[in-house]
Design a protein around this ligand. Structure first.
Ligand code: ATP
Ligand code: MG
Length: 581
């Protein structure tokens, strides 16, 4: 069979959609109206479980109707195409309906993580020029009301729940349920252009200040394509993506991808809890599960006690994203869950999964897999200073087999970001020739599998060796006493840098000198003396982003007594940003 070209592949994806990549596309119409028009209106789209056991189930037709009502509310308040609608919400059904209604009327949806404090909210809503804000009554009272004066572009707040008698002289505060009850449904989707701004996603801030990545309506083709290829989704699946829509994963795959496929999507309002999660997998009869390495590591740490015997009977495919999936986690999945966890790689900027371990290919534990159809990925050679090495024709040079370089994606694809809002220079710096530079370092093996080495900034240079923190962390968490590990380079006069590790421990273990020596010996055995850490310290908790990524820059800053930088996305650091509180 002849291989399809990259553009030929996308032509085939577009054939299935109603929209035209050179003309009109509306994401919301693709994920709802299209299914209803094809007779699948009765299929369940959303199955929601509340924190207190309450449940909501909406078919595609019901979701569409709810969305038209919400769109009617937005219209009645004067929302126009291009307006920015932010959400600061827990995972309530209205968040999902509101996101789709926003897209349907041609406005731009920008989710915020509900745990953000005032400063990160102000920062993002100012950059994004938020005119509307969707929130819940408790969040409104605690976080939004005190900062209304700091949001000069904000005109309307739609509050879910009792707004009380709070009034503001400029910003209109509405009771969303009352407006929905009176709304005249707005039935026609806006004929948005494929290249029109649809989503504004802020990056996780793992390495620095968050950037607002701009995505267009055409992106839905990539959500559909990747949901099928990388997550193996079919219309009959029951899919659970555990990510919060405050992060790109929770929107691309917690809303858009599964709905584009036409399957049933499970949403849980509550936070991580091992027993609850196993219960959801069993009770909702989940077939495909998309989660993060940090959640898997937490399940590993809790042990099998939390799991009912039947928990994973229906699950046929598990995937993970956001951080490197340690080989140990893949082995654990096979042994304890009877399932292979499929790692995949992408970023806020790529908008959709780029590289994946697909259901139909062998998994090499520790590898992110291979580029999915429609995506051309490569590893570009970098010089000492991190610039891409160009050939005589000024074109980037690709690395050889197993040579470490910068992971890059060639050409364009529908969900590629179209800019960082307000930071044109920073955006342009991401491209060299026709390649998008991811900023991550990787290598490609002889079978075409990609292996994550580290973020460009996290790489350690020790006595002439380039060491990726991930391989050191993975070796450490193989040890039964280690729950999580974070590895950094600290300056050293003779070696340039030396490797230093921070570990948190699994329950039932205490950090003492004997354990430290045992861990050192284990790491040396697994990695060799040049790569093994010189020092290992214990931390009760490692600094992570709220989406569960280890923030090595914070470990490094603390170690070296440097400013910690933007902490707004850090777990447990509500509202902190730039060291302010
Ligand atoms: P910022 O860009 O603000 O520092 P961030 O890069 O963490 O934050 P995201 O776009 O949410 O923001 O995360 C994408 C990054 O997560 C990737 O560039 C990569 O470093 C990491 N990542 C994602 N998936 C994987 C994976 N499967 N293996 C290793 N790393 C991954
Ligand atoms: Mg990034």
């Amino acid at each position: 069979m002849a291989t399809r070209t990259v553009s030929g592949h996308w032509d085939a994806v577009w054939d299935e959609l109603d929209g035209d990549p050179d003309g009109e596309v509306n994401i919301a119409a693709e994920v709802m109206d299209r299914h209803v028009a094809r007779g699948r209106g009765d299929h369940v789209a959303l199955r929601w479980s509340g924190r207190r056991g309450d449940r909501v189930e909406l078919t595609y037709e019901e979701l569409l109707n709810a969305c038209c009502r919400f769109a009617g509310v937005l219209r009645s308040l004067g929302a126009r195409r291009g307006d920015r609608v932010f959400a600061l919400c827990t995972r309530v059904p209205e968040l999902y309906v509101g996101a789709l209604a926003t897209l349907r009327i041609g406005a731009v949806f920008s989710p915020l993580f509900s745990a953000f404090g005032p400063l990160p909210i102000i920062e993002r809503m100012t950059i994004g020029e938020g005119r509307f804000l969707l929130t819940t009554a408790p969040l409104f009272r605690r976080k939004v009301a005190p900062i209304l004066d700091d949001l000069p572009g904000l005109d309307h707040v739609l509050v879910l729940g009792d707004v009380g008698d709070l009034r503001h002289e400029r910003v209109q505060v509405h009771d969303l349920r009352a407006l929905l009850a009176e709304a005249t449904p707005d039935t026609e989707p806006e004929p948005t252009h494929a290249e029109e701004l649809a989503l504004l996603h802020f990056t996780s801030g793992t390495t620095g200040t968050p950037k607002g990545a701009m995505h267009v309506h055409a992106a839905i083709a990539a959500h559909l394509n990747s949901a099928r290829q990388a997550l193996d989704l079919c219309p009959d699946d029951v899919f659970w993506c555990t990510a919060d829509p405050g992060w790109v994963t929770g929107t691309s795959y917690g809303i858009l991808g599964p709905l584009a496929v036409g399957c049933t999507m499970v949403v849980d309002e509550a936070e991580f809890d091992a027993a609850r999660w196993y219960g959801i997998l069993a009770d909702e009869r989940v077939t495909v599960w998309y989660t993060a390495p940090t959640a898997i590591r937490r399940l590993m740490r809790v042990g099998d006690g939390a799991r009912e015997a039947r928990a994973l009977d229906t699950v046929r495919f598990v995937a993970s994203v956001g951080e490197p999936l340690n080989p140990e986690a893949v082995v654990w999945g096979r042994e304890h869950l009877g399932l292979t966890i499929h790692d995949n790689w992408w970023q806020t900027e790529t908008g959709a999964i780029m590289i994946a371990n697909r259901a139909d290919a062998a998994v090499k534990p520790g590898s992110m897999g291979r580029p999915i159809d429609g995506i051309a990925a490569g590893v570009l050679r970098r010089d000492e200073r991190g610039a891409i090495v160009l050939d005589d024709h000024d074109r980037p040079t690709e690395c050889g087999i197993d040579e470490i370089g910068e992971l890059a994606i060639r050409g364009s694809w529908p969900s590629r970001f179209r800019g960082y809002l307000g930071q044109e220079e920073r955006y342009r710096a991401c491209f060299v020739d026709d390649w998008y530079r991811s900023g991550d370092l990787a290598r490609r093996d002889v079978d075409g599998y990609f292996w994550f080495v580290g973020r460009g900034d996290d790489l350690i240079k020790s006595a002439g060796h380039l060491i990726g923190p991930f391989e050191v962390e993975s070796a450490l968490i193989e040890h039964p006493a280690v729950a999580e590990a974070g590895v950094i380079g600290v300056p050293d006069e003779t070696m340039g840098e030396v490797v230093k590790a921070f570990v948190s421990l699994a329950p039932g273990h205490d950090f003492d000198d004997a354990l430290r020596r045992e861990l050192m010996a284990h790491a040396r055995r697994r990695l060799g003396p040049a790569v093994a850490p010189r020092e290992i310290e214990h931390r009760t908790d490692l600094p992570t982003t709220r989406s569960g990524k280890i923030m090595r820059r914070v470990l490094r800053a603390r170690e070296l007594g440097l400013p910690e930088g933007d902490l707004s996305t850090m777990e447990g650091a509500e509202g902190a940003t730039g060291g302010l509180r």
